[in-house]
Ligand binder design. Structure first.
Ligand code: NAD
Ligand code: FES
Length: 291
């Protein structure tokens, strides 16, 4: 069992938890994710890591209560325990592989949309620890939905934008990025994490501006094991699985329309049957019973 040490509602329906998981905390890097099960009968929930503390042996997650399982998770309090915390899974962010000298030469911008703000935090914090500056644009529908602002301020140059203009700049993240670019911020590298539609339009803009862009395809994951086939996507014409080959990919090579359409279909039994008829068994092949 994994003890919950802290549990707070950050804003409406978005919850933050610090969980005791020393082995995961010891090994994880920014960009990786965990699979959580609330209890023995619970479904697997893949969640990107929001922060970790190796000394205290803790990991932090942020979850939006959108389904039965995430609702059950969000109702837990400090002192309760989770049945499983498995990880770290997936590949760490590409930034962790680059030489620090090369990173210092780059002007890096993160685009963090809504709940996707949480997985951006460990990347910005990691860069700060390496002495690398970065800009972060947080986009939220309205002021009350901006999360982790104070923590971001300590690790990056923060720009906030709200769709309704109630806080920071006004408009979506794409407008903020275009404005910052026009104000002279010529970025060399972009990481966009948020809703699929946001990542699609950020990539469209960064392609026009010539900024290489990484996206996190966490939103299409279901079981996070390579078995369910939900997170199948096409990257540069090749079939990939977000949970095994990602979650981060070159955003300019991702077929977003196909991924969003698949995500919609995967939500219904009828849609899953259609996908199976069209694609055959879609899982990654890690089961040992197939090629
Ligand atoms: P949201 O709908 O409030 O959007 C957040 C911001 O994204 C908006 O404020 C806007 O600036 C930008 N955005 C939205 N649509 C856009 C468009 N068409 N063009 C340009 N920018 C646009 O976000 P939310 O409700 O907090 O997000 C929930 C989603 O985030 C869920 O679907 C979840 O799967 C996803 N998410 C993604 C990740 C990831 O790793 N990619 C992680 C956590 C959550
Ligand atoms: Fe099921 Fe990737 S989430 S195969």
């Amino acid at each position: 069992m994994f003890k919950i040490l802290e549990a707070n509602e950050l804003t409406t329906n978005i919850f933050q938890m610090v969980v005791e998981a020393p082995r995961v905390a010891d090994a994880c890097l920014p960009g990786q994710f965990l699979i959580i099960r609330v209890d023995e009968e619970g479904e697997r929930i893949p969640l990107t890591i929001c922060d970790y503390d190796r000394e205290k042996g803790t990991v932090e997650i942020v979850v939006q209560a959108i389904g039965a399982e995430t609702y059950k998770l969000s109702a837990l309090k400090a002192g309760d325990s989770l049945a499983d915390v498995v990880g770290p899974l997936g590949k760490p962010s590409d930034l962790c592989e680059e030489s620090i000298d090369e990173l210092k030469k780059k002007k890096i911008v993160f685009i963090a949309g809504g709940v996707g703000t949480a997985p951006v935090y460990p990347q910005a914090k990691w860069l700060k620890e390496q002495g690398v500056d970065c800009d972060v644009i947080i986009g939220a529908k309205t002021k009350d939905l901006v999360i982790l602002e104070d923590r971001f301020k300590k690790v990056c140059n923060l720009h906030i934008t709200t769709d309704d203009g109630s806080y920071g700049r006004s408009g979506m993240v794409t407008k903020a990025l275009q404005d910052l670019w026009d104000e002279g911020n010529k970025y060399d590298h972009c990481v966009a994490i948020g809703p699929m539609i946001m990542m699609k339009f950020v990539c469209k803009l960064t392609q026009e501006l010539g900024i290489p862009t990484i996206v996190s395809m966490n939103p299409i994951m279901v079981d996070g094991t390579g078995m369910c086939g939900a997170c199948r996507l096409t990257v540069d014409g090749q079939v990939k699985f977000a949970c095994v080959d990602g979650p981060e990919f070159d955003g300019h090579k991702v077929d977003f329309d196909q991924a969003m359409n698949r995500m919609k279909l995967y939500k219904t039994e009828e849609g899953r049957l259609l996908l199976k008829a069209k694609e055959g068994d879609t899982h990654h092949g890690g089961c040992g019973n197939c090629n």
